[in-house]
Design a binder for this molecule. Structure first.
Ligand code: GDP
Ligand code: IMO
Ligand code: MG
Length: 434
């Protein structure tokens, strides 16, 4: 029997809890595959008292019998990759046994990271708030047909290719008025970091580097179950996010086709992950952002500090126009609501049903989201004011919470399949059985 590829991705501005749910769903799959993004991602998994944050490696890695694939659409930064491998080893996980890498995935060079820093500094107050992992510059080189791919590290010309690209980066950095000493990379000079980078290539070479598009299609043809794991979120998509405050890849379902080499007709279920509220890290529009005590409560109770950079995340109420937009773009078949426990103590919970822009009501995300004065129009829900830890069945959840969930379901027109009530793998409630 031929299988379809299921997709799991974020519907908001990232950090929805994708890592946790991939880990929870992994037992149902044979292969977990990342299709875009790179070390800008930080996916947190918690189980058996262990907390682990993954950046480039797919979140199925803790399940030894499952394969994990870094697809061609992903960017690999060798030093960060090596650190992740070592960190997994310290937890008894040898990723060499079940991690495969596409030979067509692109490399992030040390100078890509310097360019990221130079671009952001040059932009001043208009900066994007990038994670400074070199994502924008590396995807820019990919599209400009200048970049290096994982397959190139095996080539005798590797050093020559590296130096040629580095030279062009230096010229660019100088053109912005900076020198190579203007910035550091994670506290290292370029020279020091380059040494670590080349050392890390040796780690990369120990992995199975494959034609992953054949691998995935052969697997699907033989009935294997594959889950594509998204990074970032739909509102950070390069085409549909709040441009230019976005990342540099297609984070939506369409990215699975190009980022793994599967045809559109092979897409199966699409699990859309969203928080019961909203967060955003970095700059850019955020219509429901709260600047009051409620925002602070969400941040502290939800431990809303970046998994990759440690920056405080901006917090606000759930935004249905943005969520509807994301569901439309992705063809979401199942919704997964995360962090509902963070709302436990609120007397009143708000939901943004639509926006008011220049006196007009709209349920659509406007083109000029960056410059528009958007006023969210809210409806209010009674809080449940109850600790929900330990509850495993939907029926046992407080009545007021079920009303809130039912209302989200009917306003979005999509079934809620899963509700997450803590960071831990075990605190996951199935509503509509998948
Ligand atoms: P990802 O990038 O989408 O994988 O999400 P992150 O890992 O960056 O951020 C999600 C954060 O919320 C992590 O710290 C998770 O451990 C935590 N988390 C996930 N699900 C829940 C939940 O249901 N309740 C609470 N309180 N925390 C959660
Ligand atoms: P996960 O996979 C949240 C944000 C950055 C910045 C913008 C561009 O953990 O959900 P980039 O480094 O790509 O140049 O940054 O996108 N950003 C994320 N925000 N979660 C992420 O990943 C993010 N990856 C990038 O903060 O605003
Ligand atoms: Mg994250």
């Amino acid at each position: 029997m031929i299988s379809k590829i299921d997709v799991l991705l974020g519907l908001q501005w990232g950090d929805e809890g994708k890592g946790k749910i991939v880990d929870v769903l992994t037992p149902d799959y044979d292969i977990i595959a990342r299709f875009q993004g790179g070390p800008n991602a930080g996916h947190t998994l918690e189980f058996d008292g262990i907390k682990h944050i993954l950046h480039i490696i797919p979140s199925g890695i803790f399940h030894k019998e499952k394969k994990n694939l870094i697809g061609n659409g992903v960017l690999v930064e060798p030093v960060i990759f090596k650190k992740e491998i070592e960190s997994l080893l310290s937890k008894g996980v040898d990723a060499k046994l079940n991690l495969l890498i596409s030979n067509k995935a692109h490399l992030i060079l040390p100078t890509h990271r310097l360019i990221d820093a130079a671009n952001e500094t040059f932009k001043g107050s208009a900066k994007i708030g990038s994670t400074l992992k070199g994502i924008g510059p590396a995807y820019t080189d990919k599209v400009a047909r200048l970049a290096m791919r994982i397959g190139d590290i095996m080539s005798a010309d590797c050093l020559q290719m590296y130096n040629k690209l580095k030279e062009s980066h230096i010229r660019y950095i100088n053109s912005l008025g900076f020198t190579l000493n203007s910035f550091q990379i994670d506290g290292f000079s370029l020279e020091e970091y380059e040494r670590l980078w080349f050392e890390a290539l040796n780690t990369l070479k120990q992995f199975s580097i494959i034609d992953s598009e054949y691998y995935i299609n052969d697997a699907l043809n033989s009935g294997k179950r594959v889950l594509a794991e998204g990074a970032q979120g739909s509102m950070l998509d390069i085409d549909f996010g709040s441009y230019p405050f976005v990342t540099s890849s297609n984070t939506v379902t369409a990215g699975v086709c190009t980022g793994l080499g599967v045809a559109p007709a092979r897409i199966g279920n699409v699990y859309g992950i969203c928080k019961a509220y909203c967060t955003r890290v970095g700059s850019g529009p955020f219509p429901t952002e709260l600047f009051d005590k409620d925002g602070e409560v969400l941040r502290e109770k939800g431990r809303e500090y970046g998994s990759t950079t440690g920056r405080p995340r901006r917090c606000g109420w759930i935004d249905l126009p943005a969520l509807r937009y994301a569901c439309m773009l992705n063809g979401v078949t199942h919704l997964v609501i995360m962090k509902i426990d963070v709302l436990n103590d609120f007397d009143e919970i708000k939901v943004c049903d639509r926006y008011e822009i220049n006196g007009q009501d709209t349920e659509r995300v406007p083109y000029d989201i960056v410059t528009s004065q958007i006023h969210p129009v809210y409806s209010s829900y009674r809080g449940w004011k109850q600790d929900i830890s330990g509850i495993c069945h939907y029926e046992q959840l407080p009545q007021a919470m079920k009303q809130y969930i039912d209302s989200l379901e009917s306003k979005l027109g999509i079934k809620i399949a899963v509700i997450s009530t803590s960071p831990d793998r075990k605190d996951t409630i199935y509503k509509d059985i998948i």
